[in-house]
Design a protein around this ligand. Structure first.
Ligand SMILES: *Cc1c(COP(=O)(O)O)cnc(C)c1O
Length: 372
């Protein structure tokens, strides 16, 4: 039971502080509110998180994925290999450009694409691989990049949950042809809404800048067909404030995770493993529960501990994917995806937690004991 002086601990807590508010007001008073100097400065600042790659800001993480696939020329007739254990946006971006989604299974530890499953899924139609750095843990890029090179496939990193995560010292978003980030309020840093595409290819960066703005560099001199995926300067100004804090917040997330790793001792509960060489940024702190997960979650909620399942339904089982696959007689073999969807529970790990909160979270998980 939550006692009177113990407030429930929320699963996530987006920060909109005085600095963010002042930055937004400053932009509103300036009159330059769209695709102006704040956006350019945000792109330049963000580039430091991705080894100096070109950064192109857009209005959401989904737009970033969509635009990057358009920019790479992925379209009808192409296949893209995607994990089914992700947010639907990963696969939606592929379908939005008219390409076909091919689901591959995940590794049980990192929750990222399993390199062997990817290798087995490559066909003559494969155009790209989309590793998702789920929960803030980098996918096995050291093994996925050589597979992509061998088959001449583009790599599109979905780093929407993994700002400043890294593998063997290379930040996510700096491995593939392009990387994508989200600045939705619950992500490790936000810009109200927003996204970023990162790439080492200056030509691709220019194409992306055209695509986000109706295909125009010079006004009314449209060079290609494009959309409007522009970021506002209000969003960019908020993002710039968050950029100054994300380093400290990430260290706090990692310290919170280390506390939970050390103090969660319940049998039948597995704390999140970290691959060798991986820098996990804990967008989510996700345990596995062997036993009655629904009962365990109800008990955590009763104890005032925010908790959630990301994601209870793998993408291949969602209607817009499941129905066409059923019709075509396509059945994906994704045992680790199915097992993860049935076992995972994410606990609060956000930087606003105090030591007392962390103790309560660990105690509540340990108290599940018998019920599992
Ligand atoms: C949040 C998220 C996205 C989409 O980002 P939005 O900014 O919400 O459009 C894509 N992929 C993953 C894995 C995400 O978590």
């Amino acid at each position: 039971m939550t006692s009177i002086n113990e407030q429930p601990i929320p699963a996530a807590r987006p920060v909109i502080g005085e600095e963010e508010i002042e930055a937004a007001v400053r932009v509103l008073r300036s009159g330059r509110v769209v695709q102006g100097p704040e956006v350019a400065a945000f792109e330049e600042g963000f580039s430091e998180l991705v080894d100096g790659r070109h950064c192109v800001a857009v209005n959401s993480g989904t737009s970033a994925l969509h635009m990057l696939l358009l920019g790479l020329g992925v379209g009808p007739g192409d296949e893209v290999i995607v994990p089914s254990f992700s947010f639907a946006a990963s696969a939606n971006a592929v379908r939005l450009v008219g390409a076909d989604v091919v689901f591959a299974d995940i590794e049980p530890g990192s929750y990222g694409l399993d390199p062997a499953a990817v290798e087995a899924a490559v066909t003559p139609r494969t155009a790209a691989i989309m590793p998702v750095h789920l929960y803030g843990h980098p996918a096995a890029m050291d093994q996925l990049m050589p597979i992509a090179q061998k088959h001449k496939l583009a790599v599109v990193e979905d780093a929407c949950q993994a700002h400043a995560a890294a593998l063997n010292g290379t930040p996510v978003g700096a491995f593939g042809e392009g990387g994508t980030f989200s600045f939705y309020p619950t992500k490790n840093m936000h810009a109200l809404e927003g996204g970023m595409v990162t790439t080492a290819d200056a030509g691709l960066a220019r194409t992306l800048r055209l695509l986000r703005n109706q295909g125009m560099e010079a006004r009314y001199a449209n060079e290609i067909v494009g959309a409007n995926m522009r970021m506002t300067d209000v969003a960019a100004a908020v993002g710039r404030v968050q950029l100054t804090k994300v380093g400290g917040w990430t260290e706090q997330r990692r310290a919170n995770a280390a506390y939970l790793d050390a103090h969660i001792t319940a049998p039948n509960v597995t704390t999140p493993p970290v691959a060798e060489g991986a820098r996990h940024v804990y967008h989510q702190y996700t345990i596995r529960v062997q036993g009655d997960r629904e009962a365990a979650m109800a008990k955590l909620t009763e104890a005032g501990i925010g908790n959630a399942v990301y994601y209870p339904t793998p993408i291949h089982r969602l209607k817009p994917y499941w129905e066409p696959d059923q019709k075509a007689g396509r059945n994906w073999d994704l045992p680790e995806t199915e097992r993860a969807a049935a076992e995972v529970v994410s606990l609060p790990v956000h930087p606003s937690l105090g030591e007392g909160d962390l103790e309560r979270i660990a105690n509540a998980v340990n108290a599940l004991g018998e019920s599992l």
